[in-house]
Design a binder for this molecule. Structure first.
Ligand code: 9MJ
Length: 681
């Protein structure tokens, strides 16, 4: 191979740096991955043949180099400080008061609010625009030289951009692993039989401190910057916000949720707002950092011990806490699915006191390797159901015994069977199982089903236990004498309940179909069926093949529907309900155009945790959206679940907006739609 002209080499380096920045910092690539890889290979082959060419800022450094035997130490010329914490609003107000006192000002102090990324701090030193050295925080005074590792992080510029390059700049920020990358990393560890990482922060810390930078290169690390150590430049920012803007211009990634607040109250509102968004962000944050905006005031305030006086971290409640498992109980759901639930010693986590955590199914109990009395780590993120993430085996008691899943239904003693293609098991007792009867009735009377106000689960429990109610139609035969005989039911409340039972007879076809509790027929699907058939008779008469073809139904749900109506006991229940005067005529839906998502086209990708894809499709349609199976430039939104496929790539390419499941759940709640959850607790 003939040596390329030095200029051609340098141009290619620059070109690759540009595309790297577009992809990893701006999230807005202009060439395909394949094209990038081809250009990189060309550079690699040049460097291989002519090593003298290699520049310090060559993108080939990003794949890692030869392993080190140890890290050398680096002394921070400006100490890398940590932050004081504020755990409540009062502590924040105190912070604001202290600043006002020290600066002797009566006026509001401006602040910059940044998400507090939960990763590891890193310092980057650039001389004449080229990355010279990267160091961990260490004890704040002395850190470790992790330059080769930092070079593998795609959002770390190897060379700075723009015309006003500083002679010397030391930039500080947080290195973290976004959720998506973390899931992939752990899936890979699982596949290889390696130990999985406990959380993204540990994974980021471990990845940054690898002696073999090729290992670091294989980890999906991101670095977002938020501060300066040294600056020797003609550009002299006066405020923290100006400084962040400058860093952005130089090619660094600065978190997009950075906010300039006019006073401390706006900081508090920003905190509240970000706390709500926290669970839908694609990376972990554990609070917000509030910094005085004026660099001159920052300078004057200085630091106390190891924290600057001009900044404070307003922390979110911890999402993981340790507690003790008191017992495991087994709930039998409406369709007989048996869900183990961990009863816990109460613990404050994620902003609430948690007493129960779902254990999902027997596989989950086996995965956790759960013993009686175990000390466990409970996680509650956002408003999702609390979950036991792992057991602290070091604290296991000597006489603890393995928790074993029951072999019979814990309520009625019937045989249990495996649900095909799922980890769940189900009680085969059907309506002979009191738990299933109670849950079916609870579902039937619920607000979004037949809606009998005032008939809560405690009353249903008594009615079933005392044999007053065995099936839906028995509800309509209840009288004042029976109701008054129940605990905590006086005449007035009994009369009120009778009235709402009577009123519930006038319902709609979709609510009635939903209320029946046919397996996997949620609200969205019931709406689709009602719109399509307009009468119960027509639905019952529909053959399997035809049902299967309906969009939003599919073969599995169609089978459940046909099986349900083929069961004489179910048909008896329906006949009885109709004969006592239940009116379930199809109520014509509001005009499509007035529905909230009218005119929109949605596409789904990946698995949704909290609902089935079919359910999500049904709901989208009931809100007026069209649901398509392929992405195009006309797609309004891509709903992204876990293990999202190529549709996500295509959406990025076509700049189709995406929405994560958490945001979607919030959207549904804002339209008063509460999907059937996959997990019951
Ligand atoms: C994090 N962790 O996101 C600081 N941090 O500022 C932000 N940490 C910090 N700022 C001074 N956004 C010391 C630490």
């Amino acid at each position: 191979m003939a040596a390329p002209p030095v200029q051609a080499y340098k141009t290619l380096v620059k070109e690759l740096q540009y595309h790297n920045h577009r992809y990893h910092v701006l999230d807005d690539p202009v060439i395909s991955d394949g094209e990038y890889d081809r250009k990189l290979s060309l550079l690699q082959s040049w460097e291989h043949a002519f090593p003298d060419l290699i520049d310090d800022d060559s993108p080939t450094h990003r794949v890692g180099g030869r392993p080190l035997s140890e890290f050398s130490q680096i002394s921070h010329s400006v100490p890398m400080l940590s932050l004081e914490n504020a755990f409540d609003s009062d502590a924040l107000m105190d912070f604001d008061r202290r600043i006002a006192e020290r600066t002797e000002t009566q006026e509001n102090v401006n602040y910059v609010c940044e998400p507090k990324l939960d990763g590891v701090a890193l310092s980057l030193l650039y001389r004449d625009g080229v990355l010279e050295r990267a160091a961990t925080r260490g004890d704040g005074m002395i850190g470790e030289d992790v330059t080769a590792n930092a070079k593998t992080i795609r959002s770390v510029p190897l060379r700075l951009q723009g015309d006003s390059l500083p002679n010397l700049i030391e930039v500080r920020g947080e290195v973290y692993i976004p959720h998506e990358g973390f899931e992939l990393l752990n899936a890979e560890a699982d596949r290889l039989g390696d130990k999985k990482f406990v959380n993204p922060r540990n994974a980021a810390a471990g990845s940054l401190r690898q002696l073999d930078s090729r290992v670091t290169a294989s980890r999906p690390l991101v670095m977002s910057v938020y501060g300066l150590g040294i600056l020797e430049s003609t550009v002299k920012p006066k405020t923290h916000f100006e400084m962040l803007t400058y860093l952005k211009q130089l090619g660094f990634l600065v978190n997009s949720h950075t906010y300039l607040a006019a006073n401390i109250f706006q900081c508090e509102s920003f905190y509240e707002q970000l706390a709500k968004q926290r669970s839908s962000l694609p990376y972990d944050i554990d609070g917000i950092v509030i910094k005085v905006n004026s660099l001159e005031i920052q300078q004057r305030m200085g630091a106390v011990l190891r924290s600057p006086r001009w900044a404070i971290a307003r922390k979110f409640p911890a999402q993981e806490e340790m507690t003790r498992l008191v017992a495991v109980e087994y709930q039998v759901g409406r369709t007989g699915v048996i869900t183990p639930v961990g009863r816990l010693e109460p613990v404050f986590v994620g902003g609430v006191t948690v007493r129960n955590a779902t254990l999902h199914n027997q596989d989950e109990i086996a995965r956790l390797d759960l013993f009686t009395d175990d000390t466990v780590i409970v996680r509650r993120a956002g408003d999702v159901i609390p979950k036991i993430v792992r057991v602290v085996k070091e604290y296991r008691r000597a006489n603890a015994s393995l928790i074993e899943f029951p072999q019979q239904c814990p309520v009625c003693g019937s045989e249990i069977e495996q649900v095909p293609d799922e980890a769940a098991v189900r009680c085969t007792g059907g309506m002979r199982c009191p738990a299933q009867v109670k849950q079916s009735i609870n579902h039937f009377v619920s607000r979004r089903a037949i809606n009998i106000e005032g008939l809560g689960d405690k009353l249903v429990e008594q009615l079933v236990d005392r044999d007053h109610v065995k099936s839906f139609s028995d509800l309509y035969r209840l009288d004042l004498v029976i109701l008054c005989s129940l605990e905590r039911m006086a005449e007035k409340s009994s009369k009120k309940l009778l009235k709402s039972i009577h009123a519930s007879r006038d319902t709609s076809l979709s609510k009635f179909i939903y209320a029946l509790g046919i397996r996997e027929v949620g609200e969205g699907c019931a709406q689709i069926l009602a719109n399509r058939f307009q009468s119960l008779e027509a639905l019952i008469a529909e053959p399997l093949e035809k049902l299967t073809e309906i969009e939003g139904v599919g073969p599995v749900v169609a089978r459940h529907i046909v099986d349900y109506f083929a069961e004489p006991k179910n048909m008896n229940v329906i006949d009885e309900l109709l004969s006592i005067g239940l009116n379930c005529h199809h109520k014509v839906d509001k005009e499509n155009s007035s529905r909230p998502l009218a005119g929109q086209t949605w596409v789904l990708t990946g698995n949704l945790d909290s609902m089935s894809r079919e359910g999500a499709k049904g709901i989208l349609k009931s809100l007026g959206a069209k649901v398509s199976s392929s992405i195009s430039a006309k797609t309004t939104k891509l709903l992204v679940g876990s293990k999202a496929g190529s549709k996500l790539e295509k959406a990025k390419l076509l700049r189709v907006p995406t929405m994560q499941e958490r945001e979607f759940a919030d959207l549904l709640v804002s339209h008063n739609v509460y999907p059937e959850h996959k997990t019951e607790i």
